[in-house]
Design a protein around this ligand. Sequence first.
Ligand SMILES: [Fe+2]
Length: 587
Amino acid sequence: MTLSLANSIYSLNSVAMGDKKADLVLKNCNLLSVYTREIIPKIQIAIINDRIAYVGPDANHTIGPKTKVIDVKNKYVSPGFADPHLHIDQFVLPSEFAKKALLCGVTSLFSDPIDVVSVAGNKGFQEFLKLGENLPIRIFQVVPGGLPVDAKFSNSKSLTLSQEKIAVKHPHVLGLGEVFSWTKVTLREPKTMKSISSMLECDCIINGHTAGASEKKLNAYVSSGILSCHEPINFDQVLERLRLGMWIMIREGSIRRDLNEIIPRVLSHGTYLNRLMFCSDGLDPLDITKFGHIDHCIRESIRCGLEPIDAITIASKNNFDYYNMGKDLGGIAPGKLADILIFDDLKSFKPTKVFVGGKLVISNGRFVISIKKKPIPSWIKKTVKLKNFSKNDFLIKSKKKNVVANTIYMESEIITKIGSFELQTKDGHVSASPNSDVWKVAAFDRIHGTNRHSIGFLENFGADIGAFASTWSFHENDLIVIGSSDSDMAIATNHLIKNQGGLVVVKSGKILASLPLIFAGIVSTDSFEKVSSNFEKVNNVIVDSGCKFSRPHLIPLFLPFLALPSVRILSGGIVDVKKRCYIPPIN
Ligand SMILES: [Fe+2]
């Protein structure tokens, strides 16, 4: 796909004038005009190659013997939707995600492949870039801007400054992804500031993440050229950021859903809408199937009282204006790329037809083109660099009879606090206490092939299983294993080493459920349907066995995530996030 308007102006101009004939004409469109907030009836749209040449009452002068003419029969026609911030390096390959997103009318994805980079650095970024190309959806990338999360503890890979400079020369790499440790900006951390400066010099976009920042810190962050945030969880945070000239991506995805809190207040306050977008920040396979994607945001916003035309504008035009791509995308007008949706009504917002660059990709709500499978290099399927484990590898030694453990107490799947629990020792080793809901938890460096690991204790998990392990975690991607039984912890870990990544649940020596994630240990190469089914089984097995939380897969995902308080575990040790120090597993 080309984005060059420069190469298209002669043919577009010629078709508009009737001197050349269009490839495709859509007649009898009820056009949702995001430029004028109107629904204009009886519009005709002429398309040549991948762009729109004419929009108006009569396109007959653009029709020749080879022009395909479709009578839209007064159905609603809107520009394609965009998700301005998501991590598509999750669960399935971009080609599989694209199929689901397109069915929801999403024709552009702005991807921040932070976990691929954390596992495989620039080489992984370049590989992922290739996987997002030549698909029937537009995938734009940003260089992850948040790695390492905290250099004192984190061992994730990242791009060097010179690799970042080279990366943004690629036409589909737009700038820097969410700079989520905002203190790196307010403390003017040298690498972060150099990275931001070089992005600004190239006129690149920089996405923000300002959870918890306000007043002078927020001013310092915005003054550094970072103009968007998807973290506001209430209207006051939205307003504070809009007043400082920021753009807001209202998040409605698998990690958080903030739309219902924000949109009603946007309406009652009469807030200027042109700097609002909807984003998912990532969707798991069950959520995109159950709720949908950006179409869901439109439905929910309308239910909250937003006018359909405004919801469509937030879902389309505003995103491309933010990314400085408004001359190419965002609306249905001459010169724009022909990313067009057709709806039967303004209720379901499930398109019956989707055109991307003038090509029909969805018809009657079904995918009508085939996507060629891209080869996956073998090196990215070998990222779990660990040797086999035995139950003895999970022992915690102590000469005392009783010890007080510093536990990671799970308040939710994501929120932790530092707990303490008295545990007994047996034969010089401290045991978990499943009856008291005290588990062992371990983190292993599986990326660099070192022997670095840490073992501690976790409270308030509640499932009657032997072990739960995962190679996918924000944004360290250590192998994390939670267990009540040392031997089941070894079986779970060895399963993930043998299969080179994924999630697995073990009880009494048996694998109860597993989700293979062989691409960098974080993404499956299987079909969406297979991944969705395996993912559901993993969560259901844990929930059905009495887990205190409804989405247990999030527990290993967030356990090493240093951007959240209070206590996290990484292969280097257990970290008190606020005090920025390691704490011992037992006293
Ligand atoms: Fe994000």
